[in-house]
Design a protein around this ligand. Structure first.
Ligand SMILES: Cc1cc2nc3c(=O)[nH]c(=O)nc-3n(C[C@H](O)[C@H](O)[C@H](O)COP(=O)(O)OP(=O)(O)OC[C@H]3O[C@@H](n4cnc5c(N)ncnc54)[C@H](O)[C@@H]3O)c2cc1C
Length: 386
């Protein structure tokens, strides 16, 4: 990063922090209590984020996006992490998968997502296929030039009812030395199509108000122009962008950990027991020291990964390390913060319990900690033929 870049990113940080503080934080408590984001609040966040140029800031300028590079985007995501996903997800960052749109798909899907006229969902997970993506049963069979889609997805999340979903389905098998392997294809599936049912699913206790949807497909007819990318190349397409998604999870974890650490530090300096601030007891002071080390390390890991991504050199292992380290760091910081607050840490009157509850999801979505460790292990051992 050049000196100019770092100055610009400081300004970016100040702008986003002020926006989060003024427009999102005031709604946190209400949204958590209600369990949903009132439509007018979501739309207001959407509109204000467009006014200040944050909407679709992750996408390149050539498609109408903000054109931020990964390093700048990490500054933005870190600030978003200070508040609830239920709120900051209204500031759209359309999935970069949509950059694979071609021909008419650009005007039908990519451009409306950049302007905010449409919202998409990323639908990979199924009730029987979570970590084991290849356990996928949703399938599409050829019928002339068309495809007939059947199956179901769950835990597919977003801030509000979407306009379409990017749905991954099995479209055949490839013969490999290890036996037949599923060919997976990504389809653009419009809400409202005959046979496509979408409804709100289970309610998550992390980020209350952020919605998960259940999708089911019963003989949904799709034209050949509904394929995103190439037939049979869905996992290559998603794999390319899943890595960045994992880095954004890690980055938001750093923002949330910073907020918790600020609260814990303030409490430790002001809460007195035995006539002294509790921070003066080594047990509390060392806890704060370890939290600070964890956050600094996580930030450095993110900075290294986004630098690699900007240079086109990021590998699966880089993203996996960010995801597992930052999410586990956050969970430790959240738990330590509750401990430093004592009983007050679990009382509804303070936000600590909420951030602690929100933090728990980060070790699960976008690939669990175990799956990230599996990716790292594979990267280490595969070059040795093991
Ligand atoms: C709030 C929320 C939002 C989500 N949003 C989306 C979305 O928008 N789109 C989408 O496609 N998905 C989404 N997901 C799904 C998410 O990615 C999955 O929940 C996650 O990948 C784990 O899958 P699972 O829940 O089925 O757990 P499982 O795969 O059943 O795992 C259960 C446990 O077994 C462990 N495990 C499984 N296999 C192994 C192994 N080989 N080695 C060691 N341990 C293993 C896991 O690590 C975990 O601890 C969302 C999930 C949640 C909770």
């Amino acid at each position: 990063m050049t000196h100019t870049d770092s100055h610009e990113n400081e300004l970016l940080k100040t702008t986003v922090r002020a926006f989060i503080k003024g427009e999102l934080l005031p709604h946190e408590e209400e949204v958590d209590r209600l369990g949903y984001v009132p439509e007018e609040i979501g739309r207001q966040i959407e509109a204000r984020s467009k006014e200040i140029g944050l909407f679709a800031s992750n996408l390149p300028e050539r498609v109408g996006g903000g054109g931020l590079n990964y390093t700048a985007m990490s500054v933005v995501e870190r600030e978003y992490g200070r508040t609830s996903h239920a709120l900051h997800s209204w500031i759209a960052r359309p999935t970069e998968l949509l950059l694979a749109c071609e021909g008419d798909q650009i005007a039908r899907y990519l451009e409306p997502c950049v302007t905010g006229e449409k919202r998409e969902l990323f639908a990979l997970t199924e009730p029987g296929a979570g970590s084991d993506v290849m356990g996928m049963k949703t399938n599409a069979k050829r019928d002339g030039d068309d495809w007939i889609l059947n199956g179901s997805k769950h835990f597919i999340s977003g801030p509000c009812m979407p306009d379409f979903a990017i749905v991954f389905a099995v479209t055949g098998y490839d013969e490999t030395p290890r036996g037949p392997r599923k060919r997976v294809t990504a389809f653009l599936v419009d809400v409202g199509l005959k046979g496509f049912d979408i409804r709100e699913g289970n309610k998550c206790v992390s980020y209350r108000g952020y919605k998960t949807f259940e999708l089911s497909f019963d003989d949904v007819r799709l034209g050949p122009d509904q394929i995103l990318g190439a037939e049979g190349k869905g996992l290559e397409l998603s794999g390319k962008w899943l890595g960045m998604g994992r880095i954004w999870v890690g980055t938001t974890c750093c923002g949330k950990a910073e907020r918790l650490l600020e609260m814990a530090t303030d409490w430790a300096a002001n809460r007195k027991q035995f006539g002294k601030p509790i921070g003066s007891f080594q047990a509390t002071g060392f806890r704060l020291a370890d939290m600070t080390i964890g956050l600094r390390t996580a930030d450095l890991l993110v900075a290294d990964a986004v630098r690699r991504a900007d240079a086109g050199q990021m590998e699966d292992m880089d993203a996996a390390m960010v995801k597992v380290y930052c999410s586990e760091m956050l969970n430790k910081v959240a738990d330590d913060t509750v401990q430093i607050f004592g009983g007050m840490g679990l009382m509804e009157e303070l936000p600590v319990h909420r951030l602690w509850r929100d933090s728990r999801l980060e070790r699960i979505w976008d690939g669990t900690s175990e799956i990230q460790r599996h990716i790292i292990t594979r990267s280490i051992l595969r070059p040795l033929g093991a």
